[in-house]
Design a protein around this ligand. Structure first.
Ligand code: 5GP
Ligand code: ZN
Length: 120
């Protein structure tokens, strides 16, 4: 059972700890938001809980209040980036078929222009 403890080889735990640099957009007691290194839209930020959970499913099961905090923070990040009024997309990739590559749960926040359809 996951308990949120930092994992030694986790890239996003290292960003949370400041051991790997990132362009931080916002921080709260529970979350850190930073720019995606390979943006897929004019604004593409990632929001992670400071605690380590592998993906959105594990987070929802083990720490639902933290899952809610991530969604609340997505709105705050969108406001801070100036994309809240025009609209934005919040994405959680979960495991292989979704193409998850970093196994520390993160919300993608994408916006700044009309986004393509997705799901293929
Ligand atoms: P996933 O495919 O797991 O949903 O998303 C992982 C995201 O992390 C990708 O969009 C990728 O560009 C981003 N990413 C991977 N390594 C780094 C990094 O070292 N720094 C930052 N800021 N983003 C990263
Ligand atoms: Zn982690």
């Amino acid at each position: 059972m996951a308990d949120g403890q930092p994992q030694p080889d986790c890239l996003f735990c290292k960003i949370v700890a400041g051991e790997i640099p990132a362009t931080v957009v916002r921080q709260t007691e529970l979350t850190v938001a930073f720019k995606d290194i390979n943006p897929q839209a004019p604004v593409h930020d990632l929001i992670v809980p400071r605690a380590h959970y592998a993906n959105a499913a594990e987070l929802a099961a083990e720490a639902p209040e933290l899952a809610a905090a991530l969604l609340v923070e997505a709105r705050e990040v969108a406001k801070a980036e100036g994309i809240a009024a025009d609209g934005y997309r919040t994405v959680f990739n979960t495991d292989a078929h979704a193409g998850q590559t970093v196994f520390h749960v993160h919300a993608h926040v994408l916006g700044g222009d009309f986004l393509g359809r997705f799901g293929t």
